[in-house]
Design a protein around this ligand. Structure first.
Ligand code: KG4
Ligand code: ZN
Length: 338
């Protein structure tokens, strides 16, 4: 029997996630979300680590049960080494180290950003996997990158944000509008009913393939403040239009850089990953780009785009196949390069 069973754990930010994979297929993929951060308008690191501490054992237990396998059947344990919040990462890595020692199975350390990209290699019926080389647009609450992917572990960042991440632009806009954290999904919802051309925002001027979102955030803040001063009900009366317009400019910024990246690399296969790629406007625009520009675009299942453990598992599986094991002295890293 050549089946490889991997248990994967993801705890880089505020979600405690566990998954079990049989080779490149997902048997279970669970996430315990932490609602505690909503009232603070952002993730509170100290509270996140505490919640991970409470959730990790039950989540792993449920992932194993749901997969219908016994922990003694596992061949390896994969965990997120970084990047992320140190206190959160430590909970996952300590758990994974103990588990690997107790079961005497290999430990597989996974880069969270690589995992967002390699999530495309999870075997799903009807899902067409990208072929190398391709371009990955990874957009999350912490990152905004264009990566040239030439192999499972051959990745080169060719563009990235010089300040805020796209997810922050969504979340901070939501905060300005009085919406709870994380605001991205809510902006997406409201945008569906709004006019994307109602309000005009300008694109930042950034060289090459890099991004900048902090200026946009300020632009939105001043725009809202100015209008609220004239009409206190401005936000309520225009919520859908504001959300649609903000989403529209963000999509324009991303598409402009992707077009440039395709031009510069000659690669027109585009795969998206990271929490923000759950955005329906971004998904639709990329789908349209297939006919409009002749690109081939890869958009993973929703549950594999936001933070999840299945993506950690698929990288763990590849590392297992390539004997890329770690010993228990491996350290968590808040920042990490490819
Ligand atoms: O990858 P992820 O789950 O965690 C990080 O590693 O950051 O990404 C979370 C980010 C948050 O900023 C959240 O607002 C954003 O993804 N997000 C969205 C949508 N769903 C999640 N942004 C826009 N539209 C969405 N539908
Ligand atoms: Zn992420």
């Amino acid at each position: 029997n050549d089946s490889v069973y991997i248990l994967a754990i993801e705890s880089s930010c505020d979600d405690t996630a566990a998954a079990v994979l049989k080779n490149d297929k997902v048997l279970s993929n669970l996430v315990a979300r932490q609602s505690i951060h909503e009232e603070y308008g952002g993730v509170v690191p100290e509270l996140a680590s505490r919640a991970h501490q409470q959730n990790i054992v039950p989540v792993v237990d449920m992932a194993l049960k749901k997969a219908g396998i016994n922990k003694k059947q596992l061949h390896g344990i994969a965990f997120t080494q970084g990047p992320g919040l140190m206190g959160s990462l430590l909970v996952g890595s300590s758990f994974a180290k103990s588990f690997s020692m107790a079961l005497n199975i290999p430990l597989l350390a996974v880069n969270h950003m690589q995992a967002h990209i390699l999530a495309h290699f999870i075997d799903e019926e009807g899902y067409d996997k990208p072929t190398f080389p391709f371009l990955a647009l990874t957009i999350s609450g912490g990152h905004t990158q264009i990566v040239k992917v030439s192999g499972f572990f051959e990745m080169e960042i060719i563009g990235e944000t010089t300040d805020d991440a796209v997810g922050e632009a969504f979340d901070k806009t939501a905060k300005i509008l009085g919406l709870p954290y994380p605001g991205g999904p809510l902006i997406d919802q409201f945008a569906k009913e709004g006019n994307p051309k109602a309000f005009l925002f300008t694109k930042p001027n950034v060289d090459g393939l890099n991004f900048s979102f902090s200026g946009l955030k300020t632009q939105i803040l001043y725009f809202v403040q100015k209008n609220v001063a004239l009409n206190p009900n401005f936000i309520e009366e225009n919520k859908a239009d504001i959300c649609a317009s903000v989403q529209n400019i963000i999509i324009k910024i991303l598409m402009d850089k992707l077009k440039l990246a395709v031009e510069e690399t000659g690669i027109n296969q585009i795969a998206i990953g990271g929490g923000v790629s759950a955005n329906s406007g971004i998904r639709n625009t990329l789908k349209e780009a297939e006919t409009k520009y002749g690109w081939k675009t890869y958009i993973p299942k929703f549950e594999y785009t936001t933070d999840n453990a299945a993506m950690i598992g698929i990288v763990g599986y590849q590392k297992y196949l390539h004997n890329q094991f770690e010993n228990t002295s491996v350290v968590s890293k808040a920042r990490i390069e490819f």
